[in-house]
Design a protein around this ligand. Structure first.
Ligand code: ZN
Ligand code: ZN
Length: 484
């Protein structure tokens, strides 16, 4: 759910004006220093693709100096070029080169540059440098054309955002690497986060479902013809503490939707993904219902299951908002045995909430004091705006936990003393690690949890119509775009 790439670049962008010159390519690494991506050693004939978040003026310099280089450049959502502190002013730069050090060489070496070179000797780590405020991450392997391995190139349709917010059809060409799977997309859910990227030059959609059409030579977990899906995270280093303890969503080198692989997503005809981040869809879940589980389902399941042992059947779960996330949270929490209390502005969705498994419904519009039959142990917040926290803190049990689940660029403003006096907890949660995601799919299959969906054609106008409906707050409850 969260957009990990919208952090502010550190330091003052004004300090980064520096003329860039090119010193040519890196030499082939020595056998003592094999390039690595995560825990996988890369063959020498492969390059890494790097990603950097750069301040606006640095990006402008780079682009002006190197217009013809193999460089993919895109600007994140944003509309205020004059304000360098705008949280949206983040540029994504992708360098299809072996060695970013040479690319960023300047005519006179600087201490920060030598820091970059020093870091570069550790290929399995993120390259972090103060030089131009760059954070370079390897994001995906690509193979040089002179490889002896037989690699299949594929071209397919993608649907991208654009500066004006119009959906644009484009073509992407990719190789199917040894650990890759080519997926023919049949369905994609539409998530609130897609709206955030609508004005970015990147392929959209991250609740993908389809059929495995081609399998790389090293893939073991997926076979041709499998019904598969994928979600918000594309990759992690597979080697850090977080990755090795089942928290790869928190890996420093994680690649999530909007971070990398901007040339493909789930709105399109096909996509090529690393098999390690693809999920088999249980047979009993058809793909139009599986797609919304890939982000929406994973997000609510993780909040309910992954912290302090997860919610207990004798606990009461409050859910604020009935939308794409809320209507799934009601079902999962009810099937986990909890009493579910739903808070919505009016009674309009009351019958639906009770039918989905809620045992109590509270309409909040115009109400000063909320009233529930007994206090709430876990409060899942799925609305895009922050609720009146004072009202909710009055109905929470001591040591209750609040889970804010939607993306917001506002500060979380919450009453201070109740946190101390009632030992309330505020628990962050970002989609789901892969095993949690698998558990979620198995749980949904076993308990027949099914999103309520509205279907739209996978075309420019179909996607636009779906996005408009979501933006207007009229989607009941998850939009799914369907391949034509
Ligand atoms: Zn999402
Ligand atoms: Zn990691």
């Amino acid at each position: 759910m969260l957009d990990s790439s919208l952090g502010l670049p550190s330091g003052s962008p004004g300090k980064t004006r520096r003329k860039m010159v090119v010193n040519g390519r890196c030499n082939k690494p020595t056998p003592e220093d094999p390039p690595k991506e995560g825990n996988r050693t890369m063959p020498y004939n492969q390059r890494l693709r790097w990603q950097a978040q750069v301040p606006a003026d640095t990006a402008a310099n780079l682009f002006a100096d190197r217009p013809t280089d193999p460089l993919l450049f895109s600007r994140h959502t944003g509309d205020d070029d004059s304000n360098p502190q705008s949280p949206f002013l983040v540029y994504i730069l992708r360098l299809d080169i072996s060695c970013p050090t040479s690319f960023f060489s300047s005519s006179s070496p600087s201490p920060s540059q030598s820091h970059l070179q020093q870091s570069h000797s550790h290929h399995n780590q993120s390259l972090r440098t103060s030089f131009s405020n760059l954070i370079l991450k390897p994001i995906s392997p690509t193979t040089q054309p002179n490889t002896t391995q037989q690699l299949k190139m594929v071209s397919f349709t993608v649907f991208k955002g654009s500066k004006e917010g119009k959906i644009v059809k484009d073509t992407t060409t990719r190789e199917i690497g040894p650990n890759d799977v080519l997926i023919r997309i049949t369905h994609s859910g539409l998530c609130g986060t897609d709206e955030h990227y609508r004005h970015a030059d990147m392929a959209l959609g991250h609740e993908g479902a389809g059929v495995a059409e081609e399998i790389g030579s090293a893939v073991k977990n997926i076979k041709k013809g499998d019904s598969v899906g994928w979600g918000y995270q594309h990759m992690s280093c597979q080697n850090c503490k977080q990755c090795l303890t089942g928290h790869e969503t928190l890996c420093r080198d994680r690649v999530m939707y909007g971070d990398g692989n901007l040339d493909q997503a789930s709105f399109g005809s096909h996509a090529v993904w690393d098999a390690d981040y693809i999920y088999k869809i249980p047979e009993s879940i058809s793909r139009e219902y599986a797609a919304p589980l890939m982000c929406g389902g994973a997000t609510v399941y993780n909040a309910l299951r992954s912290f302090n042992g997860g919610v207990k059947p004798n606990e009461r779960v409050g859910i604020i908002g009935i939308g794409g996330l809320g209507h799934l949270a009601i079902q999962f929490a009810a099937k986990m045995g909890c009493e579910v209390v739903v808070f919505s502005s009016t009674d309009a969705k009351k019958e639906e909430a009770l039918r989905l498994g809620a045992s109590e419904f509270v309409a909040t519009k115009g109400v000063d004091k909320l009233s529930v039959s007994s206090p709430i142990d876990h409060l899942i917040v799925t609305t895009s705006f922050q609720p009146n926290w004072h009202q909710y803190m009055d109905i929470m049990a001591p040591q209750a936990t609040i889970y804010p689940l939607t993306v917001s660029f506002e500060d979380l403003k919450i009453p201070y003393m109740p946190i101390i006096l009632q030992e309330f907890k505020i628990q962050g949660s970002v989609v789901a690690a892969r095993q949690v995601h698998r558990d979620m799919l198995a749980f949904a299959a076993h308990h027949q949890i099914k999103p309520i969906i509205e279907q739209f054609p996978m075309t420019e106008s179909g996607i636009q119509e779906a996005m408009q409906k979501l933006e207007d707050g009229k989607m009941r409850y998850r939009g799914v775009v369907v391949a034509q």
